[in-house]
Structures are given as C-alpha cells and as structure tokens.
Ligand binder design. Sequence first.
Ligand code: SF4
Length: 702
Amino acid sequence: VGDRGDFDSETETVCPFCGVGCKVSLKVKDGKVKYVEGLNGPANENRLCVKGRFGFDYIHHPHRLTKPLIRRKDAPAKGLNVDPGDLSTHFREATWEEAMDVAAKGLVGLREDHGGRSVAGFGSAKCTNEEAYLFQKFIRQGFKHNNVDHCTRLCHASSVSALIENVGSGAVTATFNEIENADVAIVIGCNPIENHPVAATYFKQFAKRGGKMIVMDPRGVGLRRFADEMVQFRPGADVSMLNAIMHVIVEEGLYDQAYIDQFTENWEAEKQHLAQFSPEAMSEICGVSPDQLRRVARTFANAKAGLIFWGMGVSQHIHGTDNSRCLISLALMTGNVGKPGAGLHPLRGQNNVQGASDAGLIPMFLPDYQSVTDDAIREKFTDVWDSDDFSAEKGLTVTEIVDQVYAGNIKGMYIQGENPAMSDPDVEHARDAFAKLELLVVQDIFLTETANYADVILPASTLYEKNGTVSNTNRQVQRVRPAVTPPGDAREDWKITTELAERVGLNWGYTDVSQVFDEMKKTMKSLDNITWDRLKTESITYPSLTPTDPGQAIVFGDGFPRTDGRARFTPASVIPPDEAPDAEYPMIMTTGRQLEHWHTGSMTRRSLVLDAVEPEANCSLNPRTLKLMGVEPGEMIRLTTRRGSIEIMARADRAIAEDMVFVPFAYVEAAANVLTNPAIDPYGKIPEFKFSAVKVEKVEGS
Ligand code: SF4
C-alpha cells in the first residue's frame, strides 16, 4: 500500500471520508490505485490525514460486490449471518436485468397493494450531490411522499434545525479556513484531530500564532494541548454552561448592542432568560468553575473576531437543538457572524453530508431546504420534474422509519450506501425491523451489515469510480472523477437509481450525470453561477455571486435569509439527558469515531494500513476507573445498558472523566449502537448517542 513507483495515470478527485473534502490525486497503475497525494484544494492546501493518504485500497478488496445478488429461496433466516467471503449460502448471482426486475416489481407491487407509503428510502452522504438528488426524487416522485432521509439525521440534524430556525440557513456561515483571521475560536463537542484531521492542522496553526483557543468537551480531546482553556464539562450539561457564559456577557455589558439592534430579533427575551443562569448557580450542574466560565465569556466577547466550531458532542443529544441555539446566540450577541474571522461552523461529518442535505435528502425539505409543506414550492418541483404532485406532509426521519418498519407499516425499503444495521441507535431493534421487511433493496459496495438483511443487492461504485460533485463542510462544491472502473458488473449509483426509476414508471432518461446537475440548478439558488464547465477547473464556495466569483467564504454580513433579514435569539432551557445514571447503570457512555476508522468500518476496516494500526474493538476509560475495577489496559470488559450488552477491550485514557466510557462505533464485533439510547431531540429528531447510562464490569478470565 502506498508504493511510490511509476504510474499509468493520475486523476484529480476528492477524499471519500470526512467533511473536510481534501482534494487528492490518485496515481493508478494496471487499473489499480497505487498511492494518493494531497493536492492544493481549497480545504487542504496539499495536506492529507492518514485516512486520505492510506485508506484507498478498500476499493480493490476481494469483498467488493461485483454482481447483482438475489436472496436464495432456501436461505437461512435473515440476520448478521452471511460470510462476506462466501455469499452463496444466502444469495445467488443474477444479471442486472433479473435483479432490477425483482427490485422494481417488488417495489411497484408494494405500491399497488399497500400504497406508496409502504416503501421508504435511505440515501447516502457518501454518494455525490447528483446521486442524493436522484434518490430523493425517486421516493418523492415515484411513491408520492417524503419518507426519505439519510445519516444527517444521526449527526447534525439538530444543528441544521437550529441554524435554519435562527439564521435562515443550514450551512456554515464561515469556512474553517477563516480561523486565520480570528482572534479567538471555541471548539466544542468535537475532536478534530481525529475526526477532521486536516481542519485541525489549521486550528493548531492558529494557536501557534497566538490565537486564543477555547476547547470545550466532556472528554479531554487532543486539541487541548493547543488550547488556552480546556473546559471539561459534565456530559449533557452544554446548555447550563453556555447560558452561564452568556449570562456573564450580559452582566458585564460585553455584548455588541449595535450589531444586535441592526441584525437580530428577540434579544430582550434572551437577555431576560439568561438572568437565571449565573455561573455560581450553573457551576454545580455543568462542573465548570465560575471563574473559568467568566474567563471564557470575557475572552470570547472581548475578541475582535471569534469563530465557533462544533461537532456531534453538541448535536447528538435530546437537547441538541437547544445546544446549537445557545452557540448561535453566543455568536449573535457578540456580533460574530458575517465578518472576517467570525462565524458559526458545525463541522460536518461525512464527505458529502452537506451536499446530500442541500440536495433534499431529508424528509422535511426539498433541495435547498425548501419546505415540502409549501404548495408553490412543490409546484415548482413538479413542473421541473414534469410529474404529479406529491405529499405536502413532512416525511418520517431515520428512526421513525425504522419504527414503522418494525410496526409493519413500511414493508419495503430501498437503501443506498448507508448501513443503519450498524449506525442506528438501539441497533438490535433496527436489525429486528429490517428482518421483517417484505422487500429490502440494498445498493452498496460491500455486503454491509444492512445488506445481510437484503432481498436484492445492487453492486455500486466507490467515490474513486464515479463522476459528479460533492460539497464539503465549507460549502465548497468540487468535482469528483473516476480514477478506475468499478469491478465486475458494479455500476455508478446514479445509473442504478436512474434505471430503477424507469422500471417503477418514471421517465427520467438521464444519459450523463451533468444533466442531473443542470436539472438541480433549475430549483437550487445555491448553485447560481456554478456550472459544470466551471467545476472542471474550479472548486466553488456557494453562494457564488457572479459567473466568475469563486464564492463567498463568509456569508450574512448584510443580513440573514429570514423574512425580515434578522437572525433570531431563541432562549434555551436546561433539559437533562433522557436517562440518568443510577445504581444499576452508574456510568455514562458516549460514542464517536477514531482517527483510523470511518463510521461503521465497512471501508476502513478493509484498508490494510488503517486496519493494521487499529485492528481491534476498543473503548477508553480513566486509568483510575480501571484500577478500581481491577482491570489492566488490554483486558476485556462488559458494557451493559438498558438495550443490550457487549464485550470489548479496555484502554486507559487520562483525559476521560472517571465516570465515563468512550466507545467507537466502527466495530461490528462489539457494536456500540447495541447500547445506545434511541431517545430523540424533538426538533432535529437526532438520537442521544452521546449519553447512555451504562454498567461496566470486568470479564473474568479475559
Ligand atoms: Fe480525507 Fe478528511 Fe483526512 Fe482530508 S481530513 S484526508 S477529507 S479524511
């Protein structure tokens, strides 16, 4: 892996892993990628992390799906019981003609017998913008409802919900590169050194040149080594801590009255609400000293320009929307939106979760966050699609769809490039639900845990095998290009969805992916001035204001895209986590990612270097906790919550609080989501992955 000898061709494209969107050059020899180099893209300036540099050989892994598959009539009962090295016990190979026929007839049959709502879809944040657009169109146009979603529901749905509510747009207001113009940066609820490693290099440079870095997290994440303040607060106590910081800003008159007057609404209500959150009163709840809360408030409010970055530590709570509301209020009250070095930046997780959301792969919005409940907007889309109207009712989200599958109301699903049988909370419930489906069509590159439950499997392509565009956390739209061809009979995802659409009665007729992009432009103002031709040579940050504008790194300097042009303060109250630790489950479990592995592990665990560096399921606890339990690092422990139990190797990490355990969710053999709580935030409908009450025990004899 990574051999730097000669090569036959090189292709410019974008890394398939995280939302940073690093531009890469793939060097290909004899039809295989030999190595990867970073290019001078807008988000990476030639840098790459270990995943981008070494995590490419999964595309040539022998487990790649190369033929369409149909479940055998005599297959054992559905479950996680298929050997990826020998699929023949459960599936038989089929031609595309036969597999498409079974999939389409099955979906149409359910529509005819039980109505369109008996079928739902999960699209993918790993596919291109065009593929995400086609997927949501497939469900809306073909089945006349909005029950289509993707993994944004599991990562930043609550952030998007708060941003749309209060600033009128779900995307970042400033690129992360703007940190070079900031005086202060708050980095909260994220671990960029592991999860957005190239973005983290900019953060480290900022700190090294004297910028004030405030890192806030229940875990002492790696970036603390570069921080002026490490605020290690109690899990789930974000609102009490942030309100206390804002209380100080009000109390000491550090807010920007001129900005508030010109650009915001509901300030008086926010101000009054904050009066009850003194640092002294909140310190007990959030575990941060009043002195530190005051210091952070003064540092942020007195800076000329401040940025706020946040991750899933903020969003994955039943009060995730409230957490984000607080961060938005903090930026607004200090005038830190719409100017150089200032802004709000939820660090997006998957490589194209921003683009897939923009493209309408969410149940309440059509492309560009246009509401499905608005008759005029739906009419615009049905005109462009040359189709009948579809439902004005907001659709079901990921966990709601799974519940309806479990209840038997949804009988068929089309899942493209997502792995909910690993990624959903309380995942055994999700697996039981998928086992009940009359028809599950899975389109993917590997036999994922979800594909174990499939009736038809359609072999798809990796990002390094396809054409299209992706949009990163910075709103930067970039072209992806095929460096190699998909193996065997595997196809690009947009071609598969297009053919399936024709077979369920939709007259799409796309023959080139650029036609899809051109259609998207008809209804998406965010793509104004961005053309397929421009994207051949440029990466463009939307919005682009003229045909030659490279795009706007900072937005909302002259007002917000809300009806009155003003952003809103929405006061947030303290809501405790859904389940409190008790005598039976006395500790707190939180989940997340590790540097070497990506999400459910289907790609990185099949990458030689990444899997060699981090081969085994592990979790981290404070060394003192381990000592009290009589557990040595490397020994096995059992984690049990109200949902289930796993056994996993324990590691020591001083940065973890003594009552916490951190569990990465990439390992099927010790799947963290067997344990997680499916309780959801009422606005963003995001599950509380970051807080479960857990019992931790030594596995004797391990
Ligand atoms: Fe890929 Fe993200 Fe690493 Fe960049 S930072 S190389 S996009 S995983």
